[in-house]
Design a protein around this ligand. Structure first.
Ligand SMILES: NC(=O)c1ccc[n+]([C@@H]2O[C@H](COP(=O)([O-])OP(=O)(O)OC[C@H]3O[C@@H](n4cnc5c(N)ncnc54)[C@H](O)[C@@H]3O)[C@@H](O)[C@H]2O)c1
Length: 332
C-alpha cells in the first residue's frame, strides 16, 4: 500500500464534509457560499442544480429527499459528516399544496434523521424550524416555551419536526440542532414561497413605473433576519459544545422586527421616489397569527447568539447588492 493512499484515507477520516440538502434554495445558497469561502468541503444536494455561478464548481448530487435510498447514496458517497437539511415547502406554497408540503417536510426530515442514526460518518444535523410553529395565543413576543398552535401545514410540520428531532436525539443519539428562524432576507437566491417574501421581492421593484404591490397589510409587524446572521447562527449552533445546549426543542432566535411600512420608509431614504400599494391576500392571515418578535434569551445564553444586522444595515446591504441603486453612505 503506497503512502499517498494511506494519507488519503487518513485525510478522509479527519475532514469535515458538509452536505447541504436543499442547497439551491435561499438559505442553502448562502450557507454553501460561506462554507466554501472558509475552505470547507461542501457537497450540494437538491432536485435542481445551483443557479448561483460560484457554487457550480462544487460537487452536486441531484437527489430527492423523499427518496431515502437516493439520499443515502448521496450522503454516503461523500462520507458527509455535517448535514444541513433545508429542503422544505414553505408557508405560503404549503397552504396551496398541503399534501405535497406534508410529504416533503415530514418524510424528508424522517429520512435525514433515520440516516443520521444509522450512518456512522454523520456527526451532526442542522434542521431549521420557523416562527410558524407559533400561532394565535403565542402573544406579540414569542417565548421559548410559549404556547404553540400553528395554523398552517408548514407550521404544523415544523412543530412536529421539532418533536421528531427531540425523539431522535433522546432515543437514537442523533446530534440534531435547530433554530426557529424568522423571515430571512438575502440576495443570492430568490425566496421560495414564504409569508415574509415581500421583504425580499420589494428590492426588485424599486424603480418600476407601477408601484410595488405588497401582499401584507402596511402595519403587519414580523420578526426578520439578514442572511448573514442566519448563516452565522447555524454555524455557531453546530460548533457549540453539545453539553451547553439546554433546549430540547428548536431555539428561538431574533434579530429585528418591522412592518412593511417601516421597511418601505427605510427604503425611501435611499430611493425617495419608491412607491408601494397594499393588497393583502391569504398570506396576511398567516402573518397575523405569527408573533411580532422572538424572545431569544436562551440562545444567547447557551451558545452566544448575537445578531449583527438591524433594519438600517439590512436595507443598505440589499441596496449594495443592486447595481442600479447608490446606497447612502454609512452614518456612524
Ligand atoms: N426563507 C425563510 O424566510 C425561512 C424562514 C424560516 C425557516 N426557513 C427554513 O429554512 C429552510 C430553507 O428555506 P429556504 O428559504 O432556503 O427555502 P427555498 O424554498 O428557497 O429552498 C428549498 C430548496 O429545497 C429544494 N427542494 C425542494 N424539494 C426538494 C426535494 N424533494 N428534495 C431535495 N430538494 C428539494 C428546492 O429545489 C430548493 O432549492 C427550510 O427548512 C425553511 O423552512 C426559511
Amino acid at each position: 500500500m503506497d503512502a499517498s493512499y494511506i494519507l488519503r484515507i487518513f485525510a478522509d477520516m479527519n475532514v469535515d464534509v458538509h452536505g447541504i440538502i436543499g442547497a439551491s434554495g435561499q438559505l442553502g445558497t448562502e450557507i454553501a457560499l460561506r462554507l466554501m469561502e472558509a475552505g470547507e468541503r461542501v457537497v450540494l444536494l437538491d432536485i435542481k442544480a445551483p443557479s448561483y455561478a460560484p457554487l457550480q464548481e462544487l460537487p452536486f448530487e441531484k437527489v430527492d429527499v423523499r427518496d431515502q435510498g437516493a439520499l443515502a447514496a448521496g450522503l454516503g458517497g461523500h462520507k458527509v459528516t455535517h448535514v444541513y437539511h433545508l429542503a422544505a415547502a414553505l408557508s405560503a406554497r404549503g397552504e396551496q399544496e398541503p399534501q405535497w408540503a406534508w410529504d416533503l417536510n415530514m418524510n424528508g426530515l424522517l429520512h435525514v434523521l433515520e440516516l443520521a442514526a444509522s450512518m456512522d460518518h454523520i456527526a451532526k444535523v442542522f434542521w431549521p424550524s420557523s416562527i410558524a410553529v407559533f400561532g394565535p395565543g403565542s402573544g406579540p413576543v414569542a417565548a421559548q416555551t410559549g404556547h404553540r398552535l400553528p395554523t398552517t401545514v408548514y407550521g404544523v410540520s415544523k412543530n412536529a419536526g421539532e418533536h421528531w428531532c427531540a425523539w431522535y436525539h433522546q432515543h437514537r443519539g442523533v446530534d440534531v440542532r435547530s433554530v426557529r428562524y424568522p423571515g430571512l432576507i438575502g440576495t443570492l437566491a430568490p425566496p421560495g414561497g414564504g409569508t415574509t417574501d415581500y421583504a425580499v421581492e420589494v428590492f426588485d421593484h424599486l424603480h418600476g413605473a407601477a408601484p410595488y404591490t405588497c401582499f401584507l397589510e402596511a402595519q403587519e409587524k414580523l420578526p426578520m433576519m439578514h442572511m448573514d446572521d442566519a448563516v452565522t447562527g447555524a454555524l455557531q449552533l453546530l460548533a457549540a459544545p453539545r453539553a451547553a445546549l439546554q433546549c430540547a426543542e428548536a431555539y428561538n432566535i431574533g434579530a429585528m422586527s418591522f412592518s412593511p411600512e417601516e421597511l418601505f420608509a427605510e427604503i425611501r431614504r435611499h430611493v425617495p421616489e419608491f412607491k408601494a400599494v397594499f393588497a393583502p391576500d391569504f398570506r396576511q392571515a398567516i402573518a397575523a397569527g405569527w408573533p411580532d418578535a422572538m424572545d431569544d434569551a436562551m440562545a444567547r445564553r447557551d451558545w452566544g447568539w448575537a445578531p449583527q444586522v438591524g433594519l438600517e444595515e439590512l436595507v443598505r446591504s440589499m441596496m449594495a447588492s443592486r447595481r442600479d441603486v447608490q446606497p447612502l453612505p454609512q452614518v456612524s
